[in-house]
Ligand binder design. Structure first.
Ligand SMILES: NC(=O)C1=CN([C@@H]2O[C@H](COP(=O)(O)OP(=O)(O)OC[C@H]3O[C@@H](n4cnc5c(N)ncnc54)[C@H](O)[C@@H]3O)[C@@H](O)[C@H]2O)C=CC1
Ligand SMILES: O=C(O)CCC(=O)C(=O)O
Length: 430
């Protein structure tokens, strides 16, 4: 490598570290702060700063043209002191080991915040499902399960949907696992179709949880949801249902986006029409001539901003220009640490990802409980239980942030890490 290239790489890394763009390192930084605030020793941090297990797999898949393509996949298990690990599987071209590790650590925090009997796990495959056929996706999904089957299971590690994965992919994965084990195993995975043991309300759960957090945050800020201007980045599972719920609650959804651009109308977008137009990957803007960029979207004039797409979207570059009074993170890791500090100093109420997006895993837990007992709940039962969990979790973290005089993210990490640290201690690990 030429000397200038090395120098440029070093400069880039230094900037990344400074800005906290490296998700894994910035997660470690906050975990350390949270454990220090809670009075835990250095050795507890040594245990919790990395996943306990990280599996990398190579998955050969026969493509439709007859050629074999080999994909790389990961499954990370952060900590299983509380119970089996739990978390989604992401299919995305930018999946990488560090990101999957960070995502599994966030799952631990989410499970701690909403008090589930799980630790955190996460998986991912480097691929672009938008460019693959239905049959290729099925072979890839089944190949991934064969590759990780020794490490996962209903009482070990329970996968679920995440970016660019859905209930059909969960169904293939469940079927493959059941074939390997030679018995029906609905509790192996959540986010399944209803007929295969899925739960009412799982598809909309992440958006419902975010909506509940928006309601609580709006009360704290004295903002009326009716007529409030809302901007949502991402129009997939989390973003599209959220836009719909906000629209139905009387809010004015003025901006939405997908991976290809954003739509803006100061008078409010026709969300029901956009929902009909979006494809299964949450793409809708390609059909419109007049679009703005994702970066412009984030800086629009609004009361409530919801990043619901990918990580590192709000950084030092744009944090000063954000106009919203409330930011609720539906996506995992959309705001860097430095940007969190800027936004908090500016008096913006930021509801962190590990709290705001925990509705998804909460209803996944409900699904797993229903699979284990073989008795299924109504949509109303699921919604009511989710509401109680999310309201209590929000209030707990808000209260912690006020009494301990820390920002909402650090408060959420303190609440989220405590149970895992205690369980690790009682097991005699540290
Ligand atoms: N689905 C779930 O239950 C949960 C999802 N999340 C998080 O919410 C976020 C969105 O996930 P889903 O809605 O499930 O995914 P999805 O795959 O259904 O939708 C993703 C959306 O993000 C957009 N997108 C992709 N790349 C982008 C880019 N570079 N710039 C702007 N937009 C881009 C896509 O076009 C699509 O509209 C992710 O961060 C995910 O980890 C968090 C908790 C649970
Ligand atoms: O539903 C689940 O188990 C996990 C959802 C997930 O991956 C997430 O919250 O990031």
């Amino acid at each position: 490598m030429a000397a200038t290239t090395v120098l440029n790489k070093q400069k880039k890394e230094t900037k990344q570290e400074k800005e906290g763009l490296n998700l894994f390192q910035s997660t470690q930084t906050i975990i350390k702060k949270a454990l220090d605030k809670l009075g835990y020793s250095e050795v507890m941090y040594e245990l919790l700063k990395e996943p306990i297990r990280m599996l990398t797999v190579r998955i050969p898949v026969q493509m439709d043209d007859g050629k074999v393509k080999v994909f790389t996949g990961y499954r990370s298990q952060h900590n299983d002191a509380v119970g089996p690990t739990k978390g989604g599987v992401r299919f995305h071209p930018e999946v990488n080991e560090e990101e999957v590790k960070a995502l599994s650590m966030w799952m631990s925090l989410k499970c701690g915040i909403v008090d589930l009997p799980y630790g955190g796990g996460k998986g991912g495959i480097i691929c672009d499902p938008r460019e693959m056929s239905f049959n290729e996706l099925e072979r890839l999904s089944r190949g991934y399960v064969r590759a990780i089957s020794q490490l996962v299971g209903p009482t070990k590690d329970i996968p679920a949907p995440d970016v660019f994965t859905n209930s059909q992919i969960m169904a293939w994965m469940m079927d493959e696992y059941s074939r390997i084990r030679e018995f029906d195993s609905p509790g192996f995975i959540t986010g399944k179709p209803l007929v295969l043991g899925g739960s009412h309300g799982r598809e909309t759960a992440t958006a419902r949880g975010v909506t509940i957090c928006i309601g609580q945050a709006a009360k704290k800020k004295g903002i009326n949801i009716k007529g409030a201007k809302v901007v949502v980045q991402g129009f997939g599972n989390a973003g599209s249902f959220l836009a719909k719920f906000m629209h139905d609650a009387g809010a004015n959804v003025v901006g939405i986006s997908d991976a290809y651009g954003a739509l803006y109308d100061p008078d409010g977008l026709d969300i029901n029409y956009l929902l009909e137009q979006r494809d299964s990957f949450g793409t809708v803007t390609k059909q419109f001539a007049e679009t703005i960029t994702n970066q412009e979207l984030l800086e629009l004039d609004c009361d409530i901003l919801v990043p619901a797409a990918i990580s590192n979207q709000i950084t030092v570059e744009n944090a000063h220009r954000i106009k919203a009074s409330i930011i609720v993170e539906a996506a995992n890791g959309p705001t860097t640490l430095e940007a969190t500090r800027i936004l908090t100093d500016r008096g913006i109420l930021l509801v962190p990802d590990v709290l705001a997006s925990a509705g998804g895993v909460t209803v996944s837990y409900f699904e797993w409980v229903q699979n284990n007992q073989g008795y299924y709940w109504t949509e109303e039962e699921v919604a009511s239980r989710l509401n109680t969990v999310m309201v209590d979790s929000f209030e707990n973290i808000y209260e912690t942030s006020q009494t301990r005089e820390v920002d909402m993210r650090l408060a959420a990490y303190m609440v989220g890490i405590r149970k895992m640290a205690e369980a690790s201690h009682f097991r005699g690990w540290v």
